[in-house]
Design a protein around this ligand. Structure first.
Ligand code: B1H
Length: 831
């Protein structure tokens, strides 16, 4: 039923406007055919699935342009403050489905494709997701852009257009293997290159003092390299809001003049080398979720995108006004962790060196513009750069930082006379031994607001990492608990539940999820409950099919789907989950008739390639799984799956199919977590510690609808300061000892006692994350989960109540708080 090429409409056709912009089925059909022919240059007979995907994507993008161009024109309106979200990561996930949802054209698109003999779901699967982030931090930035556009707030997300995003994970012989993420291979229909929006970024060299024409002493930075950043723009549509915001990512390129110079002196090869250096900067995303490494290229990436972004903001501001005095009225700049915190020194440099501002005036503008979000308390994750490295890349910024620090510490000493310790602790320069620039201190000194990402995290931030800052400036601190967008994480990924909820309470909840409370009257309703169960069951069947296809493992959709998906890290305690599974396995081995609730354990997540222990944990999950899955005594009651390559796309299949959400980090370590919110929003119950946003989730859904276990953050720190000895727990708990002995003894490694030795060793001798101390509480709590799952009715009620009470965790709520408490930004008036 393929149409002939002659059916492609010509540009002269009547109704051209309709077919370029309209959302009716026939308009979409014509638009898709047009792009297939004119953009993809493909006759129908030769069109591949990717051609169809591209043609559809272009047709969808066309439909975003009216709103987008209108929104871009607001950049010139001096009345409107623009939120500028600076982030080294934007984990956007596939665009097509989300744009269809937000534009409200999912069904017309489906019909249009059906008429062309194409299946929309197949084309949705064709998109390779832009994995330009590691995990929660990058995904948060993406959820926030969705909410900004939905709330009609003018905003630009600024970041890096990495050529290779987070690596693709394969599992080989139970081990993680990393593969380069070639996401741009088949083209990216969502971005628009702006070759005319480019900025030069200097690197290295030295500084010189000179006297300007007014007799003022000024500083000139003489770099030894210059690179160019080119803007790549991606539209971010709000959910039926009429506003489409902008994601502007910078690609690094060589400056023409530079290779021209070298070329002129006949050094062709040096010219090519310079070009390669320039292009390296935006080549690849660093895949380290948290533990920091001092790589020069990483600092280069941070400075590169921050400099391009600030220069862009200065340009935009100067289109509005003729002076930079009012810069802070044009832009509210949020620093997503310390990765962009060089912005403090760069904005000062732009104002003082390039725009001849006095220091004090520049400093006032800088602090009024910038605000800083902290995302982690882990000491090994706090960014600090060795002074010599910093000086070799950013000599002028180091001078500026010294001056910022000098003035800041003078103030501190004035107010807290005689407390030299305090000044040393607050200093931007760490002088205990090798000297470092502490980026969290730079960000804190240069910002008018500092926030944590969950109530507990903000409290701990004030008591630990930023204690001294809190004590001298308590008024700077805020909490903004994270949120997730219900558009991607419900409407798009769980259409079954979306339909069921909307049938009952209408669709207002999509932008006002407090309306989900309207489900509470139906909790005990028989028909509603069985419809609810049916949706979950269907989602589980779909996931079971995918698991079979990707891993070969057959799982039973009737079993309890017990899911732990997130980056692999010791503090997140995937290995505590392993101890639980081994415990259940042993109960069956001891008594093959034991009454265990059938469960499917699903793990997913990437380990940083250099993080040995995390990779060993992946191997342990797979090795243990092999033994459990194939043991005839288990008789399929327990199944262990490691779902490879957990990312946004796979998350969209996993969250809707979960019965139980595992949020088992050591209390005090997980800043917030956002997966916890996605699970609960999709009707999974949580087993968790009092950590991060778990605390607030439990408050909202009610303690009786949440499985709580484990030490509190205060108990964790008491236990540690009292000299924690994991051997004590190992000695006392029989089931625990048996499990650890089996790992050590080679039960899961074909008798090899060496393989998991480092892990066992660490647990028995250090156990930094207190698995052994929390083990029994976790097992006991899991026993309560198993019992609860057998009471279908009660479980379903709890599931419904979880969804009904998740309104707080919408990223719209979080963005409203940022707008009013930090940014002083408002929505565009309705047109
Ligand atoms: C979070 C990071 C992070 N916190 C360094 N910190 C990175 C740090 O590549 N790096 O260098 C990458 C990521 N990511 C996460 O942020 C927290 O662990 C989560 O608890 C939190 O929910 C999320 C969003 O706030």
């Amino acid at each position: 039923k393929q149409k002939s090429v002659a059916a492609v409409p010509s540009p002269a056709d009547e109704g051209r406007e309709e077919f370029r912009r309209g959302s009716a089925v026939d308009a979409l059909t014509r638009a898709i055919l047009d792009h297939l022919y004119f953009t993809q240059a493909r006759p129908l007979t030769l069109a591949t699935r990717n051609d169809w995907y591209m043609a559809l994507a272009y047709a969808v993008r066309d439909r975003m342009l009216d709103d987008w161009l209108k929104s871009l024109s607001h950049l010139r309106n001096r009345e409107l403050k623009i939120v500028s979200y600076l982030s080294a990561e934007f984990l956007m996930g596939p665009h097509l489905g989300n744009n269809l949802v937000n534009l409200g054209i999912m069904e017309p698109a489906r019909e249009a494709l059906a008429a062309l003999g194409q299946d929309l779901d197949e084309l949705l699967r064709q998109e390779e997701e832009p994995g330009l982030g590691n995990g929660g931090l990058g995904r948060l930035a993406a959820c926030y852009l969705d909410s900004l556009a939905t709330l009609r707030v003018p905003a630009i997300g600024y970041g890096i257009r990495y050529e290779f995003g987070i690596f693709d994970q394969e599992i080989r012989d139970g081990w993680q293997a990393e593969k380069t993420d070639k996401w741009l291979r088949l083209g990216n229909p969502w971005e628009i290159c702006r070759p005319e929006i480019t900025y030069e970024v200097k690197v290295g060299g030295h500084t010189e003092r000179f006297t300007d024409e007014k007799g003022c002493v000024r500083v000139r930075w003489v770099p030894n390299k210059v690179v160019k950043g080119v803007a790549y723009d991606t539209p971010v549509a709000g959910y039926r809001s009429g506003v489409t915001d902008l994601l502007r990512l910078w690609k690094s390129e060589a400056v023409e003049s530079f290779d021209f110079q070298a070329f002129n002196v006949g050094d062709y090869y040096r010219a090519v080398e310079a070009k390669i250096f320039s292009e390296t900067i935006s080549k690849v995303l660093y895949p380290n979720d948290e533990p920091e490494i001092g790589k020069a290229l990483r600092l280069g990436q941070q400075y590169f995108f921050v400099s391009c972004s600030l220069q862009d903001m200065v340009r935009i501001h100067l289109l509005r006004e003729n002076s930079l005095d009012t810069f802070a009225a044009s832009f509210a700049v949020q620093l997503n962790d310390t990765h962009p915190s060089i912005a403090v020194a760069e904005l000062m440099r732009l104002l003082v060196d390039e725009h001849q501002f006095e220091w004090d005036a520049a400093w006032q503008i800088t602090r009024a513009t910038l605000a800083y979000t902290n995302h982690t308390l882990l000491p090994e994750a706090l960014e600090k750069w060795p002074l010599p490295l910093f000086a070799s890349i950013l000599p002028r910024h180091l001078e500026i930082i010294y001056e910022i620090n000098r003035r800041f510490l003078d103030e501190v000493r004035l107010v807290h006379q005689g407390d030299d310790q305090l000044a040393a602790r607050l200093s931007i320069i760490d002088e205990n031994g090798e000297r470092y620039v502490r980026m969290a201190h730079l960000a804190s000194v240069g910002s008018h607001a500092i926030n944590g990402v969950a109530a507990l995290h903000t409290e701990l931030l004030k008591q630990t990492v930023l204690k001294d800052f809190y004590e001298i400036h308590p008024e700077l601190f805020r909490n903004v608990t994270n949120g997730v967008t219900p558009r991607r994480w419900m409407v798009l990924s769980n259409p079954g539940l979306t339909r069921l909820i909307t049938e009952r309470i209408g669709d207002g909840w999509v932008t006002n999820p407090d309306e989900l409370r309207g489900l509470e009257p139906f909790v005990a309703d028989q028909t509603f409950q069985s419809a609810w169960q049916k949706v979950k069951r269907e989602n589980k069947s779909v996931l079971a099919g995918v698991i079979k296809a990707r891993t070969g493992i057959v799982v039973d959709p009737a079993s309890l789907f017990d899911v732990l998906v997130k980056r692999i890290h010791e503090y997140k305690r995937q290995h505590l989950k392993v101890l639980h599974i081994i415990t259940l396995y042993n109960r069956i081995k001891h008594d093959p008739q034991a009454d265990v609730t059938p469960r499917t354990f699903i793990f997913g997540g990437k380990a940083a390639p250099g993080y040995f222990m995390a990779k060993l944990i992946i191997k342990l999950v797979n090795s243990m799984g092999e033994v459990v899955n194939s043991d005839p005594d288990v008789a399929d009651r327990l199944k262990v799956v490691f779902f490879p390559d957990f990312n946004v796309t796979n998350g969209q299949m996993v969250y809707p199919a979960a019965d139980l959400s595992e949020q088992i980090s050591t209390a005090g370590k997980e800043a917030s977590g956002t997966g916890n919110m996605k699970f609960s929003l999709n009707g999974a119950l949580t087993i968790g510690t009092l950590d991060g946003a778990n605390v607030e989730i439990r408050e909202e859904v009610g303690a009786e609808n949440f499985f709580l276990f484990g030490l509190t953050a205060a108990e964790v720190s008491d236990l540690k300061s009292g000299g924690y000895d994991p051997r004590k727990w190992y000695g006392e708990k029989t089931e625990l000892r048996e499990a650890i002995d089996q790992i050590a003894g080679g039960l899961f490694s074909h008798g090899d006692r060496g393989l998991f030795q480092p892990l066992v060793e660490h647990l028995l001798n250090r156990d930094d994350y207190l698995l052994l101390a929390d083990y029994q509480a976790y097992i006991d709590c899991q026993d309560r989960v198993s019992a609860a799952f057998r009471d279908r009715k009660r479980w379903t009620e709890m599931s419904i109540l979880n969804v009904a009470r998740m309104g707080k965790f919408s990223s719209d709520r979080a963005i409203r708080e940022y707008c009013s408490d930090i940014w002083q930004a408002s929505p565009l008036p309705q047109d």
